[in-house]
Design a protein around this ligand. Structure first.
Ligand SMILES: NC(=O)c1ccc[n+]([C@@H]2O[C@H](COP(=O)([O-])OP(=O)(O)OC[C@H]3O[C@@H](n4cnc5c(N)ncnc54)[C@H](OP(=O)(O)O)[C@@H]3O)[C@@H](O)[C@H]2O)c1
Length: 257
């Protein structure tokens, strides 16, 4: 069987992308910084589903490591690539930490961008393949006060993915690019971002399954839950300044500001 590659496979949504793909018979390449977590996930899924797995440890904030990772995977027969690794941060922009934000931009934008470039070229040569970028419902909104850099980073992911999906459609390509835009998902995300959700989250397992289904149906923008689909519709109907105010209110609640 061909491979599914997952960045940020050591926890949360990425770990469940691995589980969904293994259940479909895909072999796995698991990428993140925490080697032991990746090895454990690979071992469990390999025993359960009889699949092969490979672990690659990389800090994707470092573009040399991103390039090296691609060099290591490109000889495998890859059918799916999940650009999933990412992190958030919250707070008033004048008070948040610049180094953490630059790190976030490196992982959420630069690494995702570089892998998108490498993998689209790889898939074009192969004739087909799936590239799913993990954005966020945050990326569908005009702006996210009090979580400004994270929202901006996810807007980049949504915009890039939609543009590339259209380019590929116009070429009549069989290569798929889509973007997953979940609302709150219960993962380690909040601990890293130092926030509490204002809304109840869905499980990472349900999120990954919905994403996989949407990807196989070749949906360009995948929004996993009815609540977030409604929120998206609402934000389109409201004037943008009002949507930004409501978003600010929700983010402030998360941080207790
Ligand atoms: N949870 C939510 O509510 C939510 C909603 C919308 C979108 N998302 C997006 O979903 C994606 C996955 O997040 P999650 O919610 O599953 O959170 P998570 O449990 O914190 O998982 C984040 C993953 O990214 C990896 N990662 C972070 N920095 C990395 C780096 N420098 N190099 C390599 N890997 C790195 C982590 O692995 P290591 O720590 O082992 O490196 C981990 O596997 C993110 O892009 C996030 O923005 C999450």
């Amino acid at each position: 069987m061909s491979y599914a590659v997952i960045t940020g496979a050591s926890s949360g949504i990425g770990k469940h992308f691995a589980a969904v793909c293994a259940s479909q018979g895909y072999d796995l390449i698991l990428i993140a910084r925490r080697k032991e977590a990746l090895e454990e996930i690979g071992k469990v899924l390999s025993e359960r589903h009889g699949i092969e797995y490979k672990v690659l440890v990389a800090d994707l904030s470092d573009m040399e490591e991103v390039k090296k990772t691609y060099e290591e995977i490109k000889s495998f027969d890859i059918d799916i690539f999940f650009n999933n690794a990412g992190l958030g941060d919250a707070g008033r922009f004048t008070e948040t930490d610049l180094q953490k934000e630059l790190f976030m931009i490196d992982v959420n934008i630069k690494a995702l961008h570089a892998f998108t470039k490498y993998m689209l070229s790889y898939f074009k040569d192969r004739g087909e393949g799936y590239l799913l970028n993990v954005g966020s419902s945050a990326g569908l909104l005009p702006a996210g006060p009090f979580m400004a850099t994270y929202y901006a980073s996810k807007s980049y992911v949504v915009s890039l993915s939609r543009a590339l999906a259209e380019e590929l459609k116009q070429e009549g390509s069989r290569v798929y690019v889509g973007v997953l835009c979940p609302g709150p998902v219960n993962t380690e995300f909040n601990d890293v971002a130092n926030v509490e959700f204002a809304l109840p989250g869905i499980s990472a397992s349900d999120c990954a399954k919905a994403a996989y289904r949407g990807m196989k149906k070749r949906q360009t923008v995948i929004v996993p839950t009815a609540t977030m689909k409604l929120a998206r519709l609402g934000s389109r109907l409201l004037p943008e300044p009002l949507t930004v105010k409501i978003t600010a209110h929700q983010q402030k609640k998360k941080k207790g500001l």
